[in-house]
Design a protein around this ligand. Structure first.
Ligand SMILES: C[S@@+](CC[C@H](N)C(=O)[O-])C[C@H]1O[C@@H](n2cnc3c(N)ncnc32)[C@H](O)[C@@H]1O
Length: 313
């Protein structure tokens, strides 16, 4: 099904529409950065989820389905992977790449994770790589996943920590605040990339959805690529990052100051060409993912931080 053909029930439509109409073109343009950085964190987190041959796995907010294909290798032909996402355009890509890779044990479903009908007590693992931060109600989506998990099943999540732990996003935001006021409204507890930054809130959301047993709650720190060139890194910040929100919210004044802001961001990005520390992808126990193998000295690299969370039904 194409994005244009997508329909969902009401309830989360504003956010689902936002994903389809505003975020999808950006995600398609910057897929190499967004998915690449997801992989840096996801590759460290995934072994914690205990996925085994024969398992049935639900991937929530699966996007282009990269983690579904990785998971399909773990569960093997006797297992099953279901990727769920609300953006038809992402699933069009995911279906094509699944077919090209020849996986018969992966299927994708289009829907809103908060209300999409899922089989009861069916999955061994429900996982999400940066997939649960954007729901109008994370608790509803997690409750839906809880119902779909077998008793004793595993929930495995990777979510961003706060901006202070993510200079890859926060440094550009601070730089833009030298020119423009912060967006109106301040901090909210609504959906957004950093909505899982606070462990206490996260544990309360998990418990409200039925996940009272949290077995792993650990930080992952990793350098991530924010652009192959300085120009791309500036575009990435302004189109995808929180710094862009400040410029957009400032309206005409934001546009007027944009040349100065771009020049400031170019200086910031230039300081990070090749990164700070090319071997810096680690979790607390020292496990490292792909990012830990050292990146080549091209592109702009800045540090980022996520939580890996494992809970049990
Ligand atoms: C940050 S992206 C992560 C994508 C993918 N897991 C990855 O790591 O590359 C968040 C994903 O959640 C999906 N999403 C957002 N709200 C959703 C909802 N209510 N139901 C299902 N998927 C949703 C988006 O379409 C997007 O693909």
């Amino acid at each position: 099904m194409s994005a244009a053909a997508m329909t969902t029930n009401r309830g989360n439509d504003g956010f689902v529409e936002c994903w389809n109409e505003i975020l999808t073109p950006k995600w398609l343009r910057f897929r190499h950065l967004l998915s690449g950085n997801g992989k840096v964190h996801g590759d460290i987190a995934w072994p914690r989820f205990g996925i085994k041959p024969g398992h049935k796995v639900l991937d929530i907010g699966c996007g282009f389905g990269e983690t579904c294909l990785d998971t399909a290798r773990l569960v093997g032909p006797s297992g099953e992977v279901v990727g769920l996402d609300c953006v038809g355009a992402f699933l069009d890509v995911a279906n094509r790449e699944r077919d090209e890779a020849g996986f018969a044990n992966v299927r994708y479903e289009l829907g809103d994770a908060q209300e999409h009908p899922l089989p009861r007590d069916h999955f061994d693992v429900a996982c999400a790589r940066f997939g649960v931060m954007f729901f109008e109600s994370a608790v509803r989506a997690l409750r839906n996943a809880h119902t779909a998990l077998k008793p004793g099943g595993t929930l495995g999540l990777v979510v961003w920590r706060g901006l202070a732990d993510n200079p890859a996003w926060g440094a550009a935001k601070q730089a833009v605040l030298e020119f423009l006021p912060p967006p109106a409204g301040g901090k909210t507890c609504g959906p957004g990339p950093f909505s899982w930054e606070d462990p206490d809130t996260d544990r309360r959301m998990l418990a409200a959805a039925g996940f009272t047993t949290v077995e792993v709650f650990e930080p992952i720190d990793a350098d991530m690529c924010v652009g192959r060139t300085i120009e791309e890194a500036v575009d990435f910040q302004l189109l995808v990052g929180p710094s862009g929100e400040i410029v957009r919210e400032a309206g005409a004044e934001g546009q007027r100051r944009l040349p100065e802001i771009r020049a400031r961001l170019e200086r910031l990005m230039r300081d990070h060409v090749g990164g700070n520390d090319s071997d810096s992808a680690t979790s607390r126990d020292g496990a490292s993912g792909n990012g830990g193998e050292g990146h080549e000295n091209t592109g702009v690299y800045m540090s980022s931080g996520s939580w890996v969370i494992v809970a049990r039904k």
